[in-house]
Ligand binder design. Sequence first.
Ligand code: BMA
Length: 365
Amino acid sequence: MKKLFLPMMVLLCFPAMAAEINPTDPKATKETVSLYRNLLKLQHLGLMFGHQDDLPYGNGWIYEDGRSDVKDVCGDYPAVYGWELGHLELGARYSLDSVHFDKIQGFIKTVYQRGGINTISWHFRNPLTGGTAWDVSSKEVVASILPGGIKHALYLQYLDKLADFMLSLKSDDGKFIPVIFRPFHEHTGSWFWWGKNLCTADDYKALWRFTVKYLRDTKNIHHLLYTYSTDRFNTLEEYVERYPGDDIIDLLAFDLYDRGADFPDILKNCAGIVSKLAAEKNKIGAMSETGGPIAKETQWWTKTLLETLRPFDLAYVLVWRNPAHKPEAAFAPYKGHPSSDDFIKFYNDPKTLFQKEISQMNIYK
Ligand code: BMA
């Protein structure tokens, strides 16, 4: 096994360090409070690696028990696991990425039991037009689902399904499994119906506030940490323009994909702004989605991603999914991938944290 023991000792030796800092939900469960406080400390010790849909499928395989493309390459699972709930709102059996929701429930439990971290995104359908999350044909969607709007009742039905799913996430001892929930993401862009040019800043904030209040106070869900997650931005002002409030947001994050030579500079700027703001606000910073041209730039993991993020204190970086039948679209390496050697270096670097290390930290205690 690689490195570590230092982070674990720090967590064990200084349990009081973040003891008074709580997540935003005053009724957050004990395990959720522990996760929050441990993430607050952990972000100064290392950078966890995350992968979207790591366990249900990977390049060339679907539903193989215990398999993970990341594990096939470096011998260890990620520390953070991303899940997607798009189409849950329709009452479908499987997600828009063809993963069965009952499987996702099982995977979330597996991850929790091995001491890993689950984060959920939701590319839910456009409630006004019936189109996909990418249907940006109307600027009225967000207003239409707020209280008083013509689609408010439909939105409540969506949220009720979401709430049922969240409330089904329990471990064997009956405790709710804490989850990092990241809705309405990449809103500094305009490709989702909740994006910047599709609604006013006030309506975006109102949507967030209504949603958190409904899940937390009406549905009594107290095992979620909420993530505010932009796409690329240039300034602090731009980052916080649609920030819905310190009283409902636990993680400050951003999504940023490598789309060219300016990526390291943009990443440096975004990571600097977010990590500084998170430290000032006693919140957790993260890079909630990324991906790079790893087949061409085979040293992308160490030379681009890690070297750029090294100076910053962020809790995790998550790369997007590896579609089962589209090797060129994989954002993580898989067995035999040209970036595998470099990914192993990335794995062995003292800065990065994977499952084995996180498991030793007891982050839910
Ligand atoms: C996008 C792509 C889509 C996917 C969606 C939701 O970035 O990966 O194929 O359906 O995310 O997970």
